[in-house]
Design a protein around this ligand. Structure first.
Ligand code: DX5
Ligand code: ZN
Length: 221
């Protein structure tokens, strides 16, 4: 199934609870929460207390994207605060396998994210250890950037690799996804779609509904 994961990085932070209700009621299944540490990426964003507060107001799946150096240090805290999927950057972990095992041992789904410059083949040896592969379609760190066209071939390569290995892994895309290019990433093989500005700029309900319609029309099988 294709899934929409609105990124709250683009939401109005003074009204986060209401923003989430809007996208939830419009039908979005996941909520994408970007955590930035000012080291792995230049910016800072949300932390644990925001996630645990949001956990009290919604049952949406919390899709937590950790743009943090050595995320293993915080995995237990994020699991406790209410993260359902914990995605770490391959480039940020000194021991990727140990980090993924730790996420699973806490009963959470584990994802690996790749920056645009990291070869897709780098995830091959972890395919049986992950539930989700997050292919960044912009440089991580900021919302509102333009989709990098080279991403389409990377998504295709990831889908081919996952199929070849008969792995049960979702492919998520993140960065610059809009109503105009979402069909391109779906066709290439992505099935979890992150969208920040495309959802939270303008009418949230209409934006979610329009995205979900495209996600449905591109559903495979
Ligand atoms: C960027 C973040 C994204 C960001 C996407 O580093 O990981 O999740 O919110 O924002 P848009 O959809 O505006 O490109
Ligand atoms: Zn993200």
């Amino acid at each position: 199934m294709n899934i929409l994961s609105p990124s709250i990085l683009a939401a109005d932070c003074a009204r986060l609870g209401e923003e989430i209700k809007l996208v939830e009621e419009a039908g979005a299944q996941y909520l994408h929460i970007d955590v930035m540490d000012g080291m792995f990426v230049p910016s800072l964003s949300f932390g644990l207390c925001v996630i645990s507060s949001l956990r009290k107001v919604t049952d949406m799946v919390f899709d937590v994207h950790l743009m943090v150096e050595e995320p293993i240090r915080y995995v237990a805290d994020f699991a406790k605060s209410g993260a359902d999927i914990i995605t770490v950057h391959l480039e940020a972990c000194s021991d990727v396998e140990e980090t993924l095992d730790w996420v699973h041992s806490l009963g959470r789904k584990a994802g690996i994210s790749l920056k645009p410059s990291t070869p897709i083949q780098a995830i091959e040896k972890y395919l049986d250890k992950i539930d989700l592969l997050l292919v960044m379609t912009v440089e991580p760190g900021f919302g509102g950037q333009k989709y990098l066209p080279a991403s389409t071939a990377r998504i295709r390569e990831a889908r081919r690799l996952i199929q070849e290995k008969h792995a049960d892994v979702d492919i998520e895309v993140d960065g610059g996804i809009t109503r105009d290019n979402v069909n391109v990433v779906l066709e290439a093989g992505a099935n979890v779609i992150v969208a920040g500005s495309a959802i939270f700029n303008g009418n949230r309900t209409d934006n979610v509904k329009a995205m979900l319609e495209t996600l449905k029309s591109c559903e495979k099988g």
